[in-house]
Design a protein around this ligand. Sequence first.
Ligand SMILES: [Zn+2]
Length: 157
Amino acid sequence: MLARCPVCHSHLQLEAIVQDEAARELLGVLSALDATLSRALVGYLGLWRPAKQDLRWDRALRLAREVLALEADPARLAWALSETTEAIRAKGGSTPIKSHGYLKRVLEGTPQSAGAGAVVPSEQVAPRAAPVKAPSATVDGVMRLEALKRRARGSDT
Ligand SMILES: [Zn+2]
């Protein structure tokens, strides 16, 4: 059974989800979060989806964990994720993104008590000129992703 994710438009193959350990783990992670944060996180993960492919489950799981490690306050993180996703989508183009740099900058500009009430206009948290050093984990992830893609080719379409 094939469905499409309403957020990132990835294919959701339900059989694959229940068989894939990373997919089940990701769903476990997402369902443990409050609805606002999990929705914001899934939207953000959609930015990482390769142009003509679905984001691999193990990569999505790793990215989700990286994001959750960035900020302990769920409301603040949810707000920053939504802001990042909207800003990058509004710009058009630049997806798939390759690092959490933009998100980190938005987080820096997000007030500690950021809930629904404390909203900073996006202009104020626009990325600064300073280049963000991509973590080496990104390169590693891309290499692994390429290997996974090759491996997946056989079973895909
Ligand atoms: Zn999705």
